[in-house]
Design a protein around this ligand. Structure first.
Ligand SMILES: [Ca+2]
Ligand SMILES: [Ca+2]
Ligand SMILES: [Ca+2]
Ligand SMILES: [Ca+2]
Length: 286
């Protein structure tokens, strides 16, 4: 199940409505649920991922979905919270990971997919109105799943990080400064790693990465030296299994904590607290 809260999806009187979007792996519809009704939008095949952002630069939130027929669909918001299927583009095989990022710094959102079964990343360059002007493909690790975009080397251009499920690795693609990417480099990422979150864990001004996976008991935090070279810290999560991970300052003490789910060892929700200065860390599980 994928759920996205979309605020300000609509302009004018409807602006206060929070639209909830749900989709499921086997479903071909994106369903938009408002206060009193819902509307479904059709994709050709099972939906793998959905993200929200303004694709046509008209200040309302549009939707982008990846599907099991190796395509990306763009649904444009008509301004009142209804959507029109605008375009579909072919990407690599099995686009599981999906993210939006302005990779070429031209003030529009571009689309990036991790193509799990072709071991590639597809970068779809937006021409500003929701039409894709070019699709670039890059070889990456074995079975990329979660993919995130952040400026990892602090040059002002978004880079890409992903976890490779079959290759047990964390892959980095640095932006060349024009929306194209340098060849991948990688770090060991743990068995069957599938979840990834970028955030500044150590409060030193650069973006770090935390990865979690299905094959071992560890959350791996990759600490950035500011130039996209990473050192890894391992935290025993107490749980394994395919999961998700999010990062937030849960104790509001200025330190970023993380929360993860694992379906091994009792379907647990784990919370890892980081306390800086005295280096105390502990884990809670529910
Ligand atoms: Ca829009
Ligand atoms: Ca762009
Ligand atoms: Ca960069
Ligand atoms: Ca950092």
């Amino acid at each position: 199940m994928i759920a996205i809260d979309i605020t300000k999806a609509c302009e004018g009187p409807a602006e206060s409505i929070t639209v909830t979007l749900t989709s499921q792996y086997i479903f071909r519809n994106i369903t938009i649920e408002g206060f009193s009704d819902s509307t479904s939008y059709y994709c050709n095949a099972g939906i793998r991922g959905v993200v929200a952002g303004d694709m046509d630069s008209d200040n309302d939130i549009d939707l982008v979905a990846s599907s099991s027929d190796d395509s990306v669909f763009i649904f444009l918001n008509d301004g009142n919270g209804t959507f029109t299927r605008h375009a579909a583009y072919r990407v690599g095989d099995g686009p599981e990971g999906l993210t939006l990022s302005d990779v070429d710094n031209d003030y529009d959102l571009d689309i990036v997919t991790s193509d799990t079964y072709s071991d590639s990343v597809s970068v779809l360059i937006n021409n500003g109105d929701g039409n894709i002007e070019r699709i670039d493909t890059y070889p990456v690790g074995w079975g990329p799943l979660a993919i995130k975009s952040a400026d990892l080397n602090n040059d002002g251009y978004p880079d890409l990080a992903m976890v490779d499920y079959f290759g047990d690795s964390l892959s980095i693609l640095l932006n060349n400064g024009d929306g194209t990417f340098a060849p991948r480099y990688a770090y060991p990422g743990g068995d069957w790693v599938n979840a990834l979150v970028p955030t500044d864990f150590d409060n030193d001004g650069d973006i770090d990465l935390a990865a979690f996976g299905g094959g071992d008991m560890y959350v791996r935090v990759f600490l950035n030296d500011g130039e996209a070279n990473f050192s890894v810290e391992l935290f025993n999560s107490g749980s394994s299994g395919t999961g998700h991970i999010v990062a937030a300052d849960l104790w509001e003490d200025g330190s970023i904590d993380f929360c993860y789910t694992g379906n091994g060892n009792g379907n647990r929700l784990g919370i890892q607290r980081r306390v800086h200065g005295n280096d105390i860390r502990f884990c809670k599980q529910y």
